[in-house]
Every structure is written in C-alpha cells, then in structure tokens.
Design a protein around this ligand. Sequence first.
Ligand SMILES: [Zn+2]
Length: 306
Amino acid sequence: MAKKIILIAGLVTIIFLSSLAVATAAAEATLASRPPQPQQQPVPLSAEPLRGGVYWVEGGSGANTGFIIGKKEVIVIDAKMTEESAQAMLAEIKKLTPNPVKYIVLTHSDGDHVNGLAGFPQRLTIVAHTNTRKDMEEAFQDPKMSALLPYLPNETFAGERPLNIDGVRVNLLHFGPAHTSGDLVVYLPDQKIAFVGDLAFIGRDPLIHRQKGGTSFGLVQTLQKILALDADTFISGHNDPLTKADIQGLLASIEEKQAKVKALIQQGKSLEEIKSAFGIAEAPVPGGRRWPSLVETIYLELAEKK
Ligand SMILES: [Zn+2]
C-alpha cells in the first residue's frame, strides 16, 4: 500500500513537471515581448564544471547558460531571464575567479536567454547574430523593457566567426534559420563542447519560432552540422548536458515527423486530420497565444513550399 502511494506521488510529480515544462515552453515563446518577470520559486542556480575552464549553469530563472574562464577575462554564454538570476550567475563566477566578465555571447533572442542582460554591468561586448539583434530591438521597443535598451548586441555578424578571446578558441557558428533566424552555436574546439541554445530540445517537441524566421527543415540541416562538429558535450537551454546520440535521436525524430506529415499531405489529409493522426489535441490557452505543435509547423512549411 505504502509503495502504491509513493508510486502515485511519483506519477503526480511527473505530471506536474511535464505540465510545468509546457508552461515554460509557452512562457519562453512569449518572453521576448514581455518585461522580465521574476519567477515564483526558481531552483537555486549552480555552476557545474565541464572541462578546460568551461562551466554550464542550471537553475535560476530562464534557460541554462554557461561561461568560460580565460586567462584574464570571462566569456558568458546567454544571460538568464531576470536581473536577479543574472546577478546570481555573476556571484557564482566570482566564487571561481577574480577575472571580470568581458563578453556575453547570445545564442538567440528569446527572453529566457536575454532578458537577464539588465543584471550585467554596462559596456560589455555583447556578441550576437545580426537577426538576433533585430529581434531584440523590436522586443525592447516595449516601454516596459526599456531598461534593456543599453544591452543591445554591439558586435554582430551574419555568418561564421572564429574568435580567439583571451586565449580561448571560440567558434561562433550560424547554420541558417532553425529555432529562430539568428541562432548561434558556440563551439569550443579545444574542449570539444558546443553550446547550442534552443537548437536541441529533448523530452518535448522542438519549438520553432516561425515569427522569428525559424524553420523545422532548417533545424534538420543545423542539427546535421552540429553532429559534424568534433564535440562530445552539447549544452542546450533546457536540458542537462547532451551527447551526440541525444542529438542524433532528436534529428531522427524530427525527420520522421516531417516524412509522416508529407505522406499524409500527399494522401490529401487536412491539418486537423494530420494533427489527430499524431494524437495532438490542443486545448485553447485561456487568454494566451497558441504556440503550434511541431507537426503543425511542419505542415505549414510544406504548405508554403507548394
Ligand atoms: Zn528559445
């Protein structure tokens, strides 16, 4: 009996956690257009060492982040979602090194990756893809987000950028539109680590921001290029560190969905029929925007191609 109760409690926790994941997905999707909002009870933030002076940070508000301790400086990857969480990350860095943070690289423009910028000192070098800066400029027009205006990326580029920051080889790679149109992979060839932002979601459908120029077919190409990197550890915004096998599995699952949607379209099925073939039942979100499932995204992309 006691065992049964524990089992049920476990199940309830799983259900609770998965609905939390859905809520987080919806939140992350709309955050770029909302002011930073402190979460109710964020998990305490912690910095976990990987190798070669590279750390990944979990907890706090917003997506996972990372940092690299160089000889004299620190390079941060993504900025958390709130000022408080950004400052908690800076406090963790201070415990590990006296070196100041000089660079922030942004993997893309979503609020859970960039809204914490307001917690950083000003006049840092903020590096991002040109399209990410464009998305941020748009989001920060909202008067409630004006505190973030001094933090627009001040070093932008459109293609690939190999950098040597403070003795650390940092390759910034953009493989075309995928999660958004400005995704960056931060590839550290010496440590064989790649920070991939939201290009990899494991345990739930990848989210594609069509309104930011993202595409699922682009994501497939990007994941193929990520797999071709000489790396064995992949840090994503919303998972524990991933392996190449995880990325391979994700790629296969997206390709499988694309093939199935394509076949169903060829059979003359409607979007509603295709969604029900995948068992997707979308309840209306009270008062909120609806974020389409990956299946719907794929359908819309294929419909546009015709
Ligand atoms: Zn994102």
